[in-house]
Design a protein around this ligand. Sequence first.
Ligand code: NAD
Length: 293
Amino acid sequence: MGPTLGFVGLGNIGAPICQCLLNSGYDVTVYDVDPDAMARFDGGPARLACSLAGLASSVDAVILSLPNSAVVEGVVFGDGGLSEGLSEGKVLIDTSSSKPSSTRRLSARLGDMGVQLLDAPVSGGVARAKEGKLAVMVGGEKEAFERYRGLLSAFGSQVFYVGESGAGHLTKAINNLISATTLASAAEAVLLGVRAGLDPAKIIEVVNASSGRSNSTETKFPRHILNGAFDDGFAVGLMNKDVKIALETAAELDQPMLIGASVGQVWQAAMAQGYAPEGHTAIYAFLEGLTEQ
Ligand code: NAD
């Protein structure tokens, strides 16, 4: 018998991660503030929790998939939060893309209660989450990582231990800074070709056979941009949050970020134009709007 699990946050990526755990035979109790998100698990093998504290008291480990660190902190230590049901020996696994400094603070506070925190953010998007083929980058105590490696493999085909608490969340912010950079840069370059009269689909076909290719051109352009759907399931607001986490960490370390600062401005400008809830591939539409004559 594996550990009994709680799962909090059944959104775009949380729901398929939770489904992978259920498919692997884990006993999972779920919770989300959104009744519609809960309803999608009603009638299935998962139990539905009525409260965070009740959920935490009834399971061995709780997995989180929440929008940001402020929400994670509220869910753990807010009124009626998980901490009211957690006790020595339990484990929290935060798959959200959270802020490393917040994660380290949470880890210390939970440690005082005898509760271990693993930061285990994921990469690969909704499509790979549905297949259980995410990349998972884990920070925290190595012994807890080894104990929960099998569970992480239920939704991750590549699971990495990257260091102490917060290291997983920092690695994720670095990955997404790179991803945000290649996507914005490819979008701007393709729009240059379009302005000059080239066919964007042909540009992408050529780039994908050439040295300019990246995950953005190989996956995101064909699936979500060239068809104008921008239906990737990862919001501009979440990508902007991740870029900000990387830039804030650089500021804490006094590291110049010449390219990153400029990329940060691109995503911030899209936010100012109301793109926060759109799929992040809509950065193409935002840049197209800027360059229209
Ligand atoms: P989402 O907005 O679709 O889902 C978040 C879920 O959390 C929602 O169902 C919401 O109702 C729930 N929630 C919010 N506040 C809550 C609270 N106080 N208590 C309980 N539930 C609460 O976001 P998402 O796209 O699923 O992303 C979740 C996390 O995973 C984010 O940190 C994101 O950056 C990261 N992530 C997302 C993707 C992706 O492709 N969507 C990929 C990698 C990482």
